[in-house]
Unconditional design. Sequence first.
Length: 295
Amino acid sequence: MADDTDKKKQFGNRFLKNENDVFKHNAWDNVEWDETQENNALLQVCEHIKTKMPSEKAVDLENNADQYWDKFYTIHQEKFFKNRCWLFTEFPEITSLQNDKSNSILEVGCGVGNSVFPILSHSASNNIHIYCCDFSSNAINILKENSEYNEEHCTAFVCDITSDDWNSPFALESLDVILLVFVLSAIQPEKLKHVVRKFYEYLKPGGIILFRDYGRYDMAQLRFKEGRCISDNYYSRGDGTLVYFFTQDEVKQLFINSGFEEVQNLVDRRMQVNRGKQLKMYRVWIQCKYRKPTL
Ligand SMILES: C[S@@+](CC[C@H](N)C(=O)[O-])C[C@H]1O[C@@H](n2cnc3c(N)ncnc32)[C@H](O)[C@@H]1O
């Protein structure tokens, strides 16, 4: 597992040493939380659980999750998420795939391609095929209509990864990399074990999972209003989409219990600053890498 030195190299290098400087930049890296901040966050989350959403409503949101994401993409099209420009710094494994043999990447929950297109433009001349799937058919249609979509190097398909049969265009044990960018947080927590077992089946021995997602007490969690909480650390947004906030240990257990080996498990705490409104916003992301053992 990476130590603190790795963490500093990894997530940027602007550290807040003097509190008086806080509004001089838009963001600060590797911000430490003191006990008071941690306790206040816990108190806020305890308040959320007191006003849980009625269970019938939660069941409807879970059973029709694909339709809520379809509506999301009908409204926002390709304009909501930004291209994931940090991808190659955080996940050099993508660029170091060898050129002399054919390699396959699968991005799960790819949305409209904010990771797929940067990877495609980076690897167009390489022997890499990018598979990508999402259970929102609207998202996949928008992705395929993008002028950069190139069937020679990319295959997009609709798939609910919580289902037993993925009907996938690739074989078992054929993938080098599975990329998970803010997608496992959108899955019902009870279904995650099953999903991770499917990842194991499709990865080659030695293949790797690259994961980045919401961490516990991220600003997005703390600002939930009453009536949005489904269960501990699991919420529905106003538009009906679902989101879970992970701890490092939960992600670790999820993958280790399915037979993976840990390569990295880091927390990225960043303070974003609204200089105009003099607001501090605390972001928490978890970044992990898990490898399927070679035989
Ligand atoms: C927060 S978005 C992230 C999209 C994309 N990875 C990105 O970073 O821009 C979560 C995505 O996961 C997809 N998703 C949620 N549950 C899914 C499931 N069970 N199977 C496949 N995709 C799913 C949603 O449709 C949505 O596109």
